[in-house]
Design a protein around this ligand. Structure first.
Ligand SMILES: Cc1ncc(COP(=O)(O)O)c(C=O)c1O
Length: 443
C-alpha cells in the first residue's frame, strides 16, 4: 500500500527521514474531557489504587522493592550539568528535568509500569475466580504455594521489541506462570538471554514487531491456558503506565514547580506502539489539563504514530506505506504501526510528535552518563530533542503562538522522560558510549 500524506509543514522532512516536529491539528481545548473517548480519567485513579493494593505482593516477589514498600517508582532528576552539555543552559529553557524510568526497578524500563501491572492484575483476577483470593483479602496469598501451583498451569504470552518482553517475562516468572515472549528481529540478544535465564521461552522472529505480536496472538487464540498481553489494544497496560503521572506530579511539587496556564509543563515521551507514552500523557492531562503539553518522539525511520496521526486515516497507516524503512538502533521504538486504541485516545490531547536521528540518541546517551551518571539505552534518550524543537524551531514557535505561550517559556518546565537503560550489560553500554563519544568529538 502506498499512502499520500496531507499537506503539512512537517511532511517533506518526515518523508525524507529528517528530524521534524509535527503539530497535531486535532488538539482540542480540554481534550481529556472529549465525550467521544473510549476511556475515562477516573480509570487512572483506579489504576493508582490497584498499584497500592498490589504493593505488599510486589514487595515479596521483588526484594529490590523493600525500601519503596512495593512501589515501582523512578526519580525525577533536575538536569544541571546535563542541560549545559545538551545546549539548554539559557534561561529561555526554563527548568529542565529527567524522569528517570531507565532506572525503574524490576524491569529497568518504563515497561515495568505496564507489563508488571497487567500480569499481576491478571493473576489477581484468576486467584479471585478460583477462590484463592477473597475480595478484599490478603493479596500476598498470590505468592503462596497453592497460587503458584495454579499459575504454573497457565502461560502468559506477549510480542515485544525487547523491553515489554522483559517486563512481562520477569513478572510472569515471579508468580510462577509459564511465559512465552515473541521477539521481533530488532530485539537485542542480551534481552533474549536474560529472559532465557529466567526460564522464559523466547521465540525469535526474523520479522518486525507487528509480525511478532501477530504470532503471539495466534498462539494464544488456539489455547485457553494462554493469556495474551496485547500491546496493540490493552487498556490494562495503558492504565498501568498512566499511574506514573501522579508520581511525577508529586515530584514536581516537591521540586517547587508550579504548573498552570502561566507556567506550562512540556513532556517528551519516546514512542513505539504508543502504549507507554500514551498512558503517561493521558495521566498527566488528567491532572494538569491544558497546562500540560505532551509530545511523543520517534526515530526518523520509525515514526509510526506521526505518519498515522498526520494521515488522518481511519485505517492504520504504517511507516512502510509512506516509504520509510523502520530501521533504527532504538530497538524499543522500532515499530512500524501504532496502536489504533492509543491513536484514538491521543487525537484530542496530544500536542505533537517529533522525530530524531539515531546519531543524536548516542550523543545524548554519552552526555547523560558523563555529566550526571544517568545510564540510558538509545531509545530512552530521544526526548532530549524536545526543548530545542519547542523553543527554537519554526514549528515550535508556531505552537507557542497558537497556545498563547509566547513570552512564558522562561517560566516553563520541560520533562524529558528517559525510558530504559539500567539493565544494559557493561560491554554493550561501553559500545554505546564509544559511539556517542565519537559523535560528540566530531562537533
Ligand atoms: C526504552 C523504551 N522506550 C520507549 C518505548 C515505547 O513504548 P511503547 O511501545 O509502549 O510506545 C519502549 C518500548 O518498548 C522502550 O523499550
Amino acid at each position: 500500500m502506498s499512502v499520500q500524506l496531507p499537506n503539512d509543514p512537517a511532511r517533506d522532512d518526515v518523508l525524507a527521514g529528517r528530524p521534524a516536529l509535527w503539530l497535531n491539528p486535532a488538539l482540542k481545548v480540554n481534550g481529556i474531557a472529549d465525550p467521544s473517548l473510549p476511556i475515562r480519567a477516573s480509570q487512572v485513579k483506579e489504576a493508582e489504587q490497584n498499584w497500592k493494593l498490589l504493593a505488599p505482593l510486589l514487595q515479596i516477589c521483588f526484594p529490590e522493592l523493600t525500601e519503596s514498600k512495593g512501589l515501582i517508582q523512578s526519580k525525577l532528576i533536575e538536569a544541571t550539568s546535563l542541560r549545559k552539555a545538551v545546549g539548554y543552559e539559557a534561561a529561555e529553557y526554563g527548568r529542565v528535568f529527567v524522569k528517570a524510568d531507565g532506572d525503574l526497578p524490576v524491569a529497568g524500563s518504563i515497561k515495568a509500569r505496564g507489563g508488571v501491572y497487567e500480569v499481576f492484575m491478571y493473576a489477581k483476577q484468576m486467584a479471585e475466580k478460583r477462590g484463592i483470593l477473597t475480595p478484599g483479602g490478603d493479596i500476598t496469598v498470590l505468592a503462596s504455594t497453592q497460587a503458584r501451583a495454579l499459575f504454573a498451569q497457565h502461560t502468559i504470552a506477549v510480542g515485544s521489541t525487547g523491553n515489554l518482553g522483559l517486563s512481562v517475562g520477569i513478572a510472569a516468572r515471579a508468580l510462577g506462570f509459564r511465559a512465552v515472549v515473541h521477539m521481533s528481529s530488532d530485539a537485542k540478544q542480551w534481552k533474549v538471554e536474560r529472559l532465557t535465564r529466567l526460564g522464559v521461552e523466547v521465540v525469535q522472529h526474523k520479522a518486525d514487531y507487528t509480525t511478532a505480536v501477530e504470532c503471539a496472538r495466534i498462539d494464544a487464540e488456539g489455547d485457553p491456558t494462554i493469556y495474551f498481553v496485547d500491546d496493540e489494544r490493552s487498556e490494562m497496560l495503558f492504565f498501568g503506565y498512566s499511574a506514573a503521572a501522579s508520581e511525577l506530579a508529586g515530584q514536581l511539587e516537591a521540586a517547587g514547580v508550579t504548573v498552570d496556564e502561566e507556567h506550562p509543563l512540556f513532556i517528551y515521551l519516546p514512542c513505539g506502539i504508543g502504549g507507554a507514552p500514551g498512558g503517561a500523557a493521558y495521566g498527566l492531562k488528567a491532572i494538569f489539563g491544558d497546562a500540560a503539553h505532551a509530545f511523543f518522539v520517534e526515530p526518523v525511520q520509525s515514526p509510526c504514530a506521526l505518519v498515522h496521526m498526520m494521515s488522518g486515516s481511519k485505517e492504520l497507516i504504517s511507516v512502510y506505506d509512506v516509504g520509510l524503512t523502520n530501521r533504527t538502533e532504538a530497538d524499543g521504538m522500532a515499530v512500524a504501526r501504532m496502536s489504533a486504541f492509543v491513536a484514538d485516545v491521543m487525537k484530542p490531547m496530544l500536542s505533537g510528535i517529533f522525530t530524531v536521528a539515531d546519531d543524536d540518541l548516542f550523543r545524548w546517551l554519552w552526555m547523560a552518563e558523563t555529566t550526571q551518571s544517568i545510564r540510558l539505552e538509545p531509545s530512552a534518550t530521544a526526548g532530549f530533542a524536545g526543548p530545542e524543537f519547542i523553543v527554537k524551531s519554526t514549528q515550535g514557535r508556531a505552537y507557542q503562538e497558537a497556545q498563547g505561550l509566547t513570552g512564558k517559556l522562561a517560566q516553563a518546565t520541560h520533562v524529558i522522560w528517559t525510558t530504559g537503560g539500567a539493565f544494559v550489560p557493561e560491554d554493550q553500554f561501553k559500545k554505546f558510549m564509544d559511539r556517542g563519544a565519537s559523535l560528540v568529538n566530531v562537533d
